[in-house]
Design a protein around this ligand. Structure first.
Ligand SMILES: [Zn+2]
Length: 395
């Protein structure tokens, strides 16, 4: 059901703001914004009623690291791919996402920038695009994971300045802070209002401390593609994983697909960082929302053949995971069922915390008067019943 109605009234739901739970709450929406969060029913002339049927009413999920889904990758080079992936994720509760690129040829990256602009204009049925995340190419070769090694290199100012001159849509950029030039890279990103994130890195905790001083504040997929405790000439050094717990000011994101991290690590991260410093991410590749079998990681033209089995994408030799096939509803379900996290905290990590990390919490991430009407309705098992994006009923 598509709605052109400016006014919506969602009644009869358990409202997760996500800071508290309101039993039998009502949400009023006008012209794409939330205008009231109230107890019980309330008269609202001219509104289309939506009965939540005692299900949960929640802010829409925000995925700040995804490569695609529904058979599409954001590097396929077409607007259709962006729209298809955004639509699939919207049906699973994602109302906003950050399309993420993989390490690639510069031309493919630049093409992705122009396709992004076009797709953003045409996107009326899918999760909104919050801006682009560049994952690479400034990574440590020894922590490349499924990133194509042909393109991995240290940051060069002329190069990233040139890349940035082609797009004003980049909002985050992941890099390894121990590389030569990476401190300056961090400072330059901050100057430009781009979030520098630590990722695919072999840094020591001292190098992470230096990264913090140079503007890095966020850690890309904690535990994946990063150093732990290492020994050099008998001496031990804390790595990036320990840094996540050592430095309170670092925010982290985790692939809570139930496969990349076992329940014990989900519990450890939650216990140590808490819901205000953890964002749940899918890091999904094109196989999200699809079945098992062969697939391609990255763009259709230049991607790598991978296999989807056991609910995850793997390299063909099965030596490493090659991205998740998760959707955001699954992440929330996993945090509750596998990690034993309370519902409100699981929702917090999928809504307001990612919004804060990307500094869009002035307009998204919670059911708050004046914010964008990105609202979802789901049942006790986090099965999505309704997705509303900017006050528009998508499904
Ligand atoms: Zn990724």
């Amino acid at each position: 059901m598509n709605s052109k109605n400016k006014r919506l009234k969602i009644i009869n739901g358990r409202v997760i703001t996500p800071f508290r739970l309101i039993e039998n709450g009502t949400i009023l929406i006008d012209d794409g914004k939330i205008v009231c969060i109230c107890d019980g029913d309330i008269d609202y002339p001219g509104a289309q009623d939506i009965d939540a049927k005692n299900n949960y009413i929640s802010p829409g999920f925000i995925d700040i690291h995804t490569h695609g889904g529904g058979g599409y990758d954001f590097m396929d080079g077409t607007a259709e791919a962006f729209l298809g992936a955004a639509k699939m994720h919207a049906l699973h509760g994602t109302t906003a996402l950050v399309p993420t690129t993989l390490t690639s040829e510069i031309d493919d990256l630049l093409n992705t920038f122009s396709v992004y602009k076009q797709a953003k204009k045409e996107n009326t049925e899918g999760a909104q695009f919050l801006g682009l995340h560049l994952e690479g190419p400034y990574f440590s070769m020894s922590q490349k994971g499924a990133q194509d090694p042909r393109y991995i290199r240290p940051p060069k100012k002329e190069e990233y300045e040139a890349i940035l001159s082609h797009s004003d849509d980049i909002i985050r950029w992941s890099a390894a802070p121990e590389l030569e030039g990476a401190a300056e890279f961090g400072r330059e990103m901050v100057k430009k209002g781009i979030l520098p994130a630590i990722g695919h890195t072999d840094a020591t905790s001292d190098e992470v401390a230096e990264a913090l001083e140079n503007g890095y504040t966020h850690l890309t997929h904690l535990y994946s593609g990063m150093s732990g405790v290492m020994r050099r000439n008998a001496f031990r050094y804390a790595g990036v994983i320990e840094s996540a717990f050592l430095y309170d000011q670092l925010t982290v994101e985790i692939i809570a697909d139930g496969i990349h991290l076992p329940p014990s690590l989900l519990q450890l991260i939650y216990k140590q960082k808490g819901p205000s410093r953890i964002a749940l991410i899918t890091d999904s590749m094109r196989g999200a929302g699809m079945g098992s079998g062969e697939s391609i990681l990255g763009g259709l033209k230049d991607g790598m053949k991978v296999i989807i089995e056991d609910g995850v994408a793997k390299l063909l030799d099965r030596s490493a995971f090659a991205g998740s096939v998760a959707t955001t509803d699954l992440l929330v379900r996993n945090m509750i069922h596998l990690a034993g996290v309370p519902l409100l905290h699981a929702i917090q990590m999928m809504t307001i915390t990612p919004a804060q990390i990307c500094r869009i919490d002035d307009r998204k991430g919670s059911l708050t008067i004046g914010k964008d009407a990105d609202v979802i309705i789901f049942d006790d098992n986090i099965q999505i019943k309704t997705t509303i994006i900017n006050g528009r009923v998508i499904s």
